[in-house]
Design a protein around this ligand. Sequence first.
Ligand code: CP3
Length: 340
Amino acid sequence: MPESLFLKTCNGLVSTQKPVWFMRQAGRYLPEYMEVRNQFKTFLDFVRDSEAAAKVTVQPVDRFGVDAAILFSDILVLLPTLGINVNFFLGIGPQIENAIQTEKAIAELKDPNLEKELFYTKEAIEKTQNLLKGKTPLLGFIGGPLTLASYAIEGKTSKDLHQVKKLFYQNPNAYHSLLMKISEAAGEYLSLQAKWGCDALVVMDSWAGHLSVEDYQKMAFPYSKRAIEIAKSKNVPILHYANGAGHLLQEFLKLPASGFGLDWRTSLENALADHPNVTFQGNLDPATLFAPKEIIQRRVREILELTKNRPHIMNLGHGILPGTPIEGVQAFIDAVRKYG
Ligand code: CP3
């Protein structure tokens, strides 16, 4: 797909137009998504139905003409392949039945057979590519190993990663063997998504920001690096996103990725100035999409001004929030098209 603005930018080319897509671009704020969502009892039933997943993946492309589609799935689909069972509850979020905290539990994890157990992802990628007809690149993704481990260990979304840090300090060998298992599986899954037809990949390390610089170096970086290195051989661009992680910028930029998403608390201006050869993505505060059109327009123009002459991917600093007005999303895209 040589003409894709998004892929060209991932490869470091500067063009007059900036590509734009959104994390969580398929979701509850879209009525056409809700129509498909309501046909399923649980979120996992929905994700595992490859036809439904393909359908909602292309919805934001059809409605807004975004420059990339992201496969409708979840980072947590990897955990059941290791024997860690996940359920999603509306309004509560993901819950793990058997949180993994002991050496014994780690030793008992399954060796995953990803081609078999994530066959529905292969099908969803193929069906999505048929709908996209080679016009828009498709992104596959994994969770960063630290983020995946946080669900495996804490059993839910954690505000502080206390249990993760406790395991690391009290039983470093157990921590290391869990993170190795997760990073191998995540790397293999990332690689498979490219093999199955994804045009680019994203590593989402949503909870890395809970770590200090020193802890990030020991608890997260080597495992993210391992996962990315496994998928590198597929020769598709790999983006990295960490949330709340401005203090870790110097560290995660050492990962072998093509581009780096920034959350909105991180100064894009400083990041651009300090790292002249890096491709960044982001980083408008997702809540800005609730603002009047004029404010959204002004913020977009500010980012476009800062990133002039740089390869840059327009996006938010995290996923689209539930209840976001469609007009806000449209105003963001219109401003990128008009000014960027
Ligand atoms: O459009 C897209 O971005 C693709 C689909 C996608 C989802 N989750 C769908 C989803 C992607 C890329 C993810 C990644 C994901 N999942 C991350 C990393 C990115 C981030 O947001 O920080 C994380 C940490 C998760 C874990 C997760 N999944 C949580 C915490 C929740 C519950 C919170 C919520 O928003 O409801 C989910 C569920 C989930 N994943 C939903 C969607 C659309 C909502 C469930 C539903 O519609 O019933």
